[in-house]
Write a protein that binds this ligand. Structure first.
Ligand code: PDD
Length: 285
């Protein structure tokens, strides 16, 4: 039985109820986070909460909790749900109104919801046994504010489904200029001639926490050259390695793009180095 957090209370997930007038439900008017926790140890709590604050600021919701309270909620959810391999989901919506009106209403209380779900065990940086992804590609048709971690994920859901309908695990999205943006639920890295390259942060992609931690770790603990710059689909198709990154997957090698092998069709040596360092240092964040 999953224990959820709803507006100050911990309760079984099946008993959690919100109003159908909640603006998160009616408009997708809210933001969310997914924070990984292994054996009760959180990865990247501080940057995750900072991003949640950025999202709340962007849509003018006052944070209903202090950082210390957010930490307590996360730790309590992890403990109450068995402290295994968990994604801790937090969501803040603008709250329930009495009428449906687009403008932000004043005087309503944000709805705060949290629960946990199982995620895969911490990946081991082993090229022969690591999980991998096969991905499709498609033009990114989402909105111009993908830097906000909005609960309004229909664009992402439709893109993910586009990949799934094609029998793939994810989808690599590109913009009108045929530059890579991100996956439906992941950031993207490519490796070419030993250099790690990832699209820069802007309105087209989510500022992923795994991306942030991986870049910081590579800068601090390796000599691997790293570039944050536009990546064309042409470059992606000729990359030696492609990785996707997310809180529930860490760094995961893409071994097939649109039916063609990426590199030699197996996780590459730079992925192995990067995931090894990620495993070593991720709890510092
Ligand atoms: N997805 N880009 C998108 C569109 C995402 O939804 C995610 C995360 C990422 C990676 O961000 P991070 O490293 O902070 O997890 C990039 C989460 C896990 C989800 O929606 O389940």
């Amino acid at each position: 039985m999953t224990i959820a957090f709803l507006n100050g209370d911990y309760l079984p997930l099946e008993e959690a109820r919100i109003s159908p007038m909640d603006r998160g439900f009616l408009f997708g008017d809210g933001i969310y986070e997914v924070i990984p926790s292994y054996g009760g140890r959180l990865v990247g709590f501080a940057p995750h909460i900072e991003r949640m604050h950025d999202g709340m600021n962007a849509i003018e919701i006052l944070s209903p909790h202090s950082n210390q309270q957010w930490r307590e909620i996360c730790e309590t959810l992890a403990q109450r749900n068995g402290a295994g391999n968990l994604g801790i989901y937090l969501q803040v919506s603008r709250g329930a109104d009495t009428k449906r009106h687009h403008a932000y209403p004043t005087g309503i209380t944000p709805t705060v919801f949290g629960f946990t779900f199982d995620i895969p065990a911490e990946p081991t940086a082993d090229r022969s046994s690591a999980k991998t992804l096969k991905v499709a590609s498609g033009e990114d048709k989402r909105w111009q504010r993908c830097n906000i971690k909005s609960v309004a994920l229909l664009g992402n859901v439709m893109h993910f489904q586009q990949g799934a309908a094609d029998g793939k695990d994810e989808i690599l999205l590109y913009n009108k200029a045929h530059n890579v943006t991100e996956g439906a639920a992941c950031n993207v890295f490519i490796v070419k001639d030993g250099t790690v390259i990832t699209p820069p942060l802007d309105h087209q992609i989510l500022p992923g926490i795994t991306r942030h931690i991986a870049l910081d770790i590579l800068h601090k603990y390796s000599d691997i050259p790293v570039e944050e710059r536009s990546v064309s689909m042409e470059e992606a198709r000729h990359a030696d390695e492609i990785w996707f990154s997310s809180s529930t997957k860490e760094l995961i090698a893409v071994v097939e793009l649109d039916g063609s092998p990426v590199g030699d069709g197996r996780p590459g040596p730079v992925w192995e180095q990067a995931q090894t360092l990620f495993t070593e240092h991720k709890y510092d964040y």
